[in-house]
Ligand binder design. Sequence first.
Ligand SMILES: Nc1ncnc2c1ncn2[C@@H]1O[C@H](COP(=O)(O)OP(=O)(O)O)[C@@H](O)[C@H]1O
Ligand SMILES: [Mg+2]
Length: 246
Amino acid sequence: MIEIKGLTKAFGGHSVLKNVSAEIKEGELFSVIGPSGIGKSTFIKCIIRLLRPDGGQVIVDGQDIASTTSEFTLARVRRSFGYLFQEGALFDSLTVLENVAFGLKYLTDIPKGEYPRIVKEKLALVGLEGVENLKPAELSVGMKKRVSLARSIAAEPKYILYDEPTTGLDPVTTGMVKDLITDMRAKLGITSVVVTHDVRLALEISSRVAMLYGGEFVEVAEPDVFRRSENKAVREFMEISHLSRK
Ligand SMILES: Nc1ncnc2c1ncn2[C@@H]1O[C@H](COP(=O)(O)OP(=O)(O)O)[C@@H](O)[C@H]1O
Ligand SMILES: [Mg+2]
């Protein structure tokens, strides 16, 4: 479980997260939505301490990592996370096999000889076969997303963080990524946090949706309840996204 309590983060006097709190339970698919520039990526980066929060707590499986100074604790907790970067961030000079196996070297003590078997297995989970020796430049956008996803699950994380998983994708690829995220949760039971400006996506796939606005979660609810929220920021955001009240 991830418990976030009173999280704060500012950049040079500009306060982005003012008081963010949430409990993300095992097996949940928790989405954070909000307009561009509101602090969604900042939130996700604070969860794994790519950014150090100014205040508050981020308790992962009982361990507060917001303030820990122990590199050992940080490394251990980070190992329980997969992270799908917005841009995919594959290494162009490495093959698919090397890309997917990349984290295994740092995050696990699995012997190198096992990598091909593990990579094949993870690629199969995202619906890819026989692409191990290709370079990213030889892949379609959708295939790159799949490879990125295979990489983020290679070390079998307990949690996975998705930053704007569908941004910049065509509708077909978006549908595919949506199914993959849902699958990762169903097949592997991975607790997932998705940050996105795509309200429609969040409402379709999540167990709960949180709206980040003014440095806080102004609404946290199951999709059906969220849709009917009376919160002004939620209503406005739904309207801009062409999702009117049902
Ligand atoms: N490393 C940084 N240094 C300074 N400002 C930053 C940094 N990261 C983000 N910001 C600022 O914080 C705000 C929130 O950014 P971000 O979390 O990326 O928003 P979102 O992901 O919702 O689009 C923006 O105003 C952005 O310019
Ligand atoms: Mg962002």
